[in-house]
Design a binder for this molecule. Structure first.
Ligand SMILES: [Zn+2]
Ligand SMILES: [Zn+2]
Length: 178
């Protein structure tokens, strides 16, 4: 691993791209990596192969975790979407908190097991849970007339959906490399 470690002044070339000079090394396998090949993890820059290897170790989700994560995320997101209607503007502050709560509930329910697919399943659950209210409001716009007010009534459920979904997903997937 150290045969190419010489002087500091020497230019390294990316192990993937021999035509690219670089100053970076993977901090796990120490291979030189260009900026396109470097992945910033919480412990520093790593090459894609090492990151993939790390993720394998962290993929512990079992089959039953997927429906559980989906169901919990969907139910909580559904309940939260109705709060968004009453909170109006305050949805902006409450939805991220709801997202963290959904993520923590999912983590607890699956006993902290994880995998990227499990996070995406929870994300899908959140979106599905927040959709009924949004579709109900949309139906109101289409059949109820009053376009301007109708579209405004879509605003907070839509903001809620976006914020709660992104917060849940990043909260869940953020712990993956820790
Ligand atoms: Zn590496
Ligand atoms: Zn490269």
């Amino acid at each position: 691993m150290n045969q190419d470690v010489k002087t500091k002044a020497e230019t390294l070339v990316c192990y993937n791209h021999p035509d690219r000079e670089t100053m970076l090394r993977c901090n796990r396998c120490e291979r030189p990596i260009c900026t396109a090949c470097a992945v910033l993890t919480e412990t520093g820059y790593r090459c894609k192969e090492c990151v993939r290897g790390m993720q394998k170790v962290f993929e512990t989700a079992k089959g039953v975790d997927y429906p559980v994560a989906f169901f919990i995320a969907a139910v909580l997101s559904y309940l939260g979407s109705f709060a968004a209607v009453y909170l109006g503007f305050f949805t902006i502050f409450i939805a991220p908190v709801a997202g963290v709560a959904v993520a923590e509930a999912v983590r607890w329910a699956v006993r902290r097991r994880r995998s990227p697919a499990l996070f995406r399943t929870a994300l899908a659950g959140v979106i599905v849970g927040a959709l009924p209210l949004l579709l109900l409001r949309l139906a109101g716009v289409v059949w109820g007339g009053g376009m301007a007010f109708g579209l405004f009534s879509l605003l907070w459920p839509a903001v809620y959906l976006f914020l709660v979904a992104s917060t849940t997903y990043y909260r869940l997937s953020g712990i993956q490399l820790r």
